[in-house]
Every structure is written in structure tokens, then in C-alpha cells.
Design a protein around this ligand. Sequence first.
Ligand SMILES: NC(=O)c1ccc[n+]([C@@H]2O[C@H](COP(=O)([O-])OP(=O)(O)OC[C@H]3O[C@@H](n4cnc5c(N)ncnc54)[C@H](OP(=O)(O)O)[C@@H]3O)[C@@H](O)[C@H]2O)c1
Length: 287
Amino acid sequence: MKKILLAGSTGYLGKYIVEELLVRKMDFKAIVRNPQKLKGLGLTSSQIIEAQVTDRTSLSGCCDGIDTIISTVGITRQKDGLTYMDVDYQANKNLLDEAIKSGVRKFVYISVLHSERLTHLKICQAKERFVRELQDAGLEYCIIRPSGFFSDIKEFYEMAKKGRAYLFGDGNKKVNPIHGADLAKICVDAIFQEEKDVEVGGPDVFSHREITEIAFEAFQKKIKITYIPNWIRLLMLRIAPVFLSNASFGPVEFFLNVMAMDMDAEKYGNRTLEAYFQKLRKKETFS
Ligand SMILES: NC(=O)c1ccc[n+]([C@@H]2O[C@H](COP(=O)([O-])OP(=O)(O)OC[C@H]3O[C@@H](n4cnc5c(N)ncnc54)[C@H](OP(=O)(O)O)[C@@H]3O)[C@@H](O)[C@H]2O)c1
């Protein structure tokens, strides 16, 4: 049986990939910096490798006997003071170097939709630098480029909870967000498929305004939206780097840019945003 090494298993998507690998009864190990974060997922201690992906020496031998690596490693909300170059590029490069050393067959890497067109943004610059290394490495690979995850779209839900949503422009930009469980299936399928570049989103394309409406519906509240003119967004992009460190500016830069773009890709999966928001609401009501 093919042996899989999963890096990034403690994140939103990573945990769903763990579940998918377990459901399919696949032979895998998860590489983590904090094993506590995997508690309750049903892994045995022999399935966990404790290491720092940002430190190449700690990875030595981690790929021995491995057929495929899946990496979701990247900065989203982490506040370690590291940059995208340290993590999205260098940590994945460290894994790739180990993979090459151990003769790993395939590397499945999770990037972000339209990253190759957005290399002026720090996050995409780092991700695409890694993509180029991967393409030149000589092993089989698959780059998965998803639209927004449900975990990120939760911000709309949080705004609705507070009673007012703030949208950039006219709120008409489009996105088809995807649930982690639906995306996890694609990531695991990629082990066996030949496609090298996969752009993917969830089953429904929404405008930002429509997502806001669904979020307010979950609370059965009157919809209140403030539209922020584009010039303010551009001003924020100019001002933010003056006040924020390099590491803190990256996520802000990415957010302010993708909120002004259509981020819809090929539709996949069947989990809906309506059900996700309703579930969040139910959980909060009964907790
Ligand atoms: N969220 C979205 O909407 C979205 C959309 C498209 C693409 N993506 C990309 O998809 C990937 C996964 O996203 P996600 O939402 O699942 O992210 P996440 O929940 O933040 O998980 C990221 C994973 O990377 C690990 N990581 C981050 N910094 C690290 C560091 N310095 N050292 C070691 N490990 C580190 C995290 O480990 P810890 O748990 O220990 O921090 C975690 O396992 C990311 O590359 C992201 O850019 C995300």
C-alpha cells in the first residue's frame, strides 16, 4: 500500500485530510510541531512525527519509505513572526528536499486560486516560488489551487452576528467557497491522478452580497451592509505597510486584494454554505 506523509495536518484543511485518509484506511503519517493538536482525531502515536518543517535538520529521514507527500503547510492566521517566504516557500522546500533525497514518487501541494497571477503579493510570491521548485524537481506533482475555504468565509458569519457587514465595492465580486471535507477528497484523489494543476471551488458561486445575505439568514436578522468604496481599500493597502510588520502585512495585503477579485473556480463537492452557517449557529445556540 502507498505510504503517505501529510504535512499541515493540524490546520483546517489538514484535519479533514486526516479524516479522509482514515476513512479510506490509507497508510499515512502526519508531521506536526504540536502533537496535542491532533488529539481526538484517531491517530496512533506511531502515525505522528514531531518535527519543525521550518528546520530542515529536524526533517531528516521523515520521507523514508514514503510514496506521496501532501502539504497544506502555509501561514493563514499563525502569529509566529515568520514570513510567507519562511513557511509557504522554505518549509515546503525543506520537505521537497527530503522527498527528493528519499526517492518519494509524488508531491501534492495546496496553493491558492490565481496565485500564479498574483505574484506581486507576498503570499503568492512565496507559493509560486515553491511551485517552480516543485515543477523542476523531477518527481510527480499536483498543485491544487482552491478558492476560499469555509473557515475563511466564516468572517461573513461573524459580521452578521455583530449585526452589520462591511463589503468592498458593490459586493458583486464572486467566489465559490469550498468545505474542507470536500477539498480533502480532491487532495487525496490527487495521489492517484495525473492532473498537475487543479483549480477548484465549492458547489455554489455567490457574490459577496449573497454570502452576507445567507449569513444574516442564519441569525434571522435584518440585513445591514455598509459598502466601502474602492478608494478606501486602495488607501488601506498604501497605509498598512507603514504600521504593520512584514509578517503582519502579508495576510492583510492578500485579503484586501482578493476581496476585489472574482475567486470562482471549477465547482466541486456538495457541502453548502447555508448548511455550514446554520450548523455554526446551532452549535453556538446549544453551547
Ligand atoms: N483558508 C483559505 O481560505 C485558503 C484558501 C485557499 C488556499 N489556502 C491555502 O491552503 C493551505 C491550508 O490552509 P488552512 O486554512 O488549512 O490553513 P491552517 O488552518 O492555518 O493550517 C496551516 C497548516 O500549516 C502549519 N504551519 C503554519 N505555519 C507553520 C510553521 N511556522 N511551522 C510549522 N507548521 C506551520 C500549521 O501548523 P500549526 O497548526 O502548528 O500552526 C497548519 O498545520 C494554506 O497554504 C493556505 O494558504 C487557504
